[in-house]
Design a protein around this ligand. Sequence first.
Ligand code: FMN
Length: 197
Amino acid sequence: MTQNTSNFEILKSIVESRRTLKPEAMNGKQIPADIFEQVLGLADWAPTHGRTEPWRFFVYTGESLKAFCATHAEMYKVNTSEENFNPATFENILHKGDLASHLVIAAMKRGTNPKIPAIEEIASSSASIENVLLGAAAQGISAMWNTGGMAHKAALKAYLHLEEEDHILGLIYFGFSDEPVKEGKRNTPISEKVKYL
Ligand SMILES: Cc1cc2nc3c(=O)[nH]c(=O)nc-3n(C[C@H](O)[C@H](O)[C@H](O)COP(=O)(O)O)c2cc1C
């Protein structure tokens, strides 16, 4: 097997075996800081049109993770009308990080180069997130990209001092799990999503 073939096989197995695991199924073990930093560092190698490097990450762990979850739940309460407020949702947000090691809020910070449309900066930031998810998978770290709670609400953006034109792309929970990695599932075969012309 040539070097390239073997690199491809390794990458393919990581890509195909990466699975979303909800933070409630994590085991509370802490990811060593140096490992986490290396995994998150992979974000910086996403493709970036015009080198705007629009990905930004807000990292919570330990006490700051607990504090953020409390703030997040409170933010939900304060910004939800009485008739729409659901106590179960409040509890879910409050305890979502209980068994996670790290929570990363991933955002796209809009650059100033007018030649680069926002969609390209969202695309680039999303690619940076996938780099991180794959790095986590390769390290045996479970993760969930979540857009529940206040992820798409202005209040969370303001809390993070992001501007209107920036976007929060998700809250990503990381941790270890004792569960075996689940089998992947796709509804439509790749052949139906690709056209060779
Ligand atoms: C932009 C984005 C937002 C997501 N938000 C949620 C979410 O709010 N809740 C959730 O359960 N999963 C969320 N997911 C994860 C998907 O449910 C998951 O990727 C999908 O079920 C496929 O499973 P896999 O990641 O294991 O291949 C999100 C994924 C993406 C890309």
